[in-house]
Every structure is written in structure tokens, then in C-alpha cells.
Design a protein around this ligand. Sequence first.
Ligand SMILES: [Zn+2]
Length: 260
Amino acid sequence: MPELPEVETVRRALDARLRGRVVCGVAVGRPTFYRRPPAVALKALEGGRVAGWRRRGKYLLLDLEGRGSVVFHLGMSGRLTIGKDGPHARLSFRAGDDEIFFHDARRFGRVGGPLPALGPEPLDPGFDASVLRAVLRGRSAPVKALLMDQRLIAGLGNIYASEALHLAGVRPARAGGSLTRAETASLAAACRRVLELGVSLGGSTLDDESFLDPLGRPGRMQERVKVYGRRACGTCGGPVRDTRRPIGGRSSPHCPRCQS
Ligand SMILES: [Zn+2]
């Protein structure tokens, strides 16, 4: 599932390419397959000039001059591509010489509608130990579940939450409120580090079904992960384990040697 670095990679590519262009030829996918985007979103798109693309958590916002914004969410495996047709376009439109397709075969994505309430951006300058401390304090839920709760912190999913916890040396099943001040500080820094690394590497592409940027290019973060999708820990070489019970319905790879 695309997380903050993948969504940011998409944002940068679309913003660089489409800014200033006028959207036309908006077409929606089969209504029996996809829920139709709200009329207000389609109306804003058709004939609108692209002021830019912004990101909030895992959401993309297409800003249209004088027409507000249209929200995009890639869902589980949605892709926004430039100039590549396919059988599952949820939405398509032209902008200048390019045709943009929103492919969403698994239908978990979304176009239009309001942005939900989201927690702080972990890459904002203001995101520090005290912000994370306020998120975790007094909570008995596993720290990993809290990191992935978009209402508490925006943008982290399984890959980057697992990697941040590994980098901070904290096990995923620990109760959020049990982290010491030092652990919280190192986890806040670790969230920023792994997300920045992911952005700088164009996101992570773990298998065929996985992420590609709008021009079809894979990311390289998967070459740098220490526990996610690995058998051996990238730091100590010991075996990567999963928690006995899934956290938030997901696997929770971690290294018992490097994380306590
Ligand atoms: Zn290790």
C-alpha cells in the first residue's frame, strides 16, 4: 500500500509535469465497478487549470485555480500514471499533451470528497519528540498500531512504521505509553529518517503488484529496508520475527536482538 514516501513521489512527478496545464476530457470508469466521483469534483476538474499538487498524509490534493482542490487516495494499490491506458482506469483526463490515468483495480482508492481528519505530518519541521509523546502517552495499544493510525500521525503504514521501530530499537507490540522519553525521542527521529530516506529513493517497490511512479519507474527503498519483507535483520543478521498476534491486522516484522 502506498505510504507517505510513495504518495510524495507521485505528487512530485505530477506537480512537475502538470502545473499550469488545463484539464480536459475527464472520463470516469464503469459505474457498476467504481463509485462515481462526486459531481462537484468532476466539475472542478473539467476545464480547470492545475495550480499544483499537494500531499497530506497519504492523500493527494490537486489544486485547481479558483476551483478549490480534488482529493485523491490511492487506496491499496492504486496508481496515477501519465500516458498509460489500461483496463481498470477509475478516472482519466488529459492535461496538455499528456493523458493521466487513475488505475485502481482493487477499488480501495478514492477521487473527490472531503479530506478526513488526520494527525500531524511527520516530515513537518514541528514534528518532534514532544508531538510523538502526546500521541503515545497513556495509551495501551501497541506502538505500531498507533504509528499507523492516520488520525494520530499521517502517512505511515506497515513498511515505514516497521522500519522506524527497528531504527529506534523499539518492539512493535510495546504499549505506546510504555516508551521512555529517550525511546520516544529516538522513535520521532526514526520516523523522520525512514520517511525522508523513502522519499529520496522514490518510494519502495516490493513486488510486481507494487508501487510504480507516474512514469512507471520503481522506487529503491526496498534495497534499504532492515526488517520489512526480510528473513534476516539488515543490521545484525539475526532472524526477523513476527509478533504472535497481528497488529492492526498486519504482520509486524521486527528483530528481537535489535529491538526491545
Ligand atoms: Zn537485528
